[in-house]
Structures are given as C-alpha cells and as structure tokens.
Design a protein. Structure first.
Length: 94
C-alpha cells in the first residue's frame, strides 16, 4: 500500500511518527465502498502524544478518500468503534 508507506516518510506539519501499531485492509460491508484500508499509528502531533487512525476509502469507480481521526492515548477507548461507524456511512456520488 503506497499511501500507508508514505505515512512514514511524510512531512506532515507537526506530526512525528513513533510507532505503527496496525496496518490492514478491512472488509467493506457496503456496495458504496470497494475497499477500506486502515493504519493506526502513535507519535506526537504538535508536541502532544497522539494516536492517529488513517483510513483510505476506495469507491466502486476508483474514487479515493483519506480520513484521519486523532486522539490522545487516554481517549482511544472513548473513541471505541465510532470511527468505523462514520467510515461505513461514507458514500461516493454516482
């Protein structure tokens, strides 16, 4: 996955990658999405310890959307599955 490899070499303002904890392709449960890829990484964002959830959502006609959720480590349990609930609701225009 080229897009997730670029996370390591990315020069995103304020983001310093420390550790990638997950990289996987998720099963898409909707016909509006062909594939959903997720990378979870921890590091620092503007000097604050942060866990980021990066999603690449691919539509049936090749459309692509990147979505990022950022939380402080102590709030990852509060995020729970809310990120996936939002990702599943993404629809691409026909």
């Amino acid at each position: 996955m080229y897009w997730s490899q670029s996370l390591r070499s990315s020069k995103s303002p304020g983001w310093a990658l420390e550790k990638e904890t997950e990289r996987k392709t998720l099963e898409s449960s909707t016909k509006e999405q062909q594939a959903v890829h997720r990378v979870i990484a921890s590091g620092e964002l503007d000097g604050v310890r942060t866990v980021q959830y990066f999603y690449l959502v691919v539509g049936p006609d090749g459309q692509q959307l990147i979505v990022t959720f950022s939380v402080v480590p102590q709030h990852t349990t509060r995020l729970g599955a809310r990120d996936m609930e939002l990702i599943r609701e993404i629809m691409f225009p026909e």
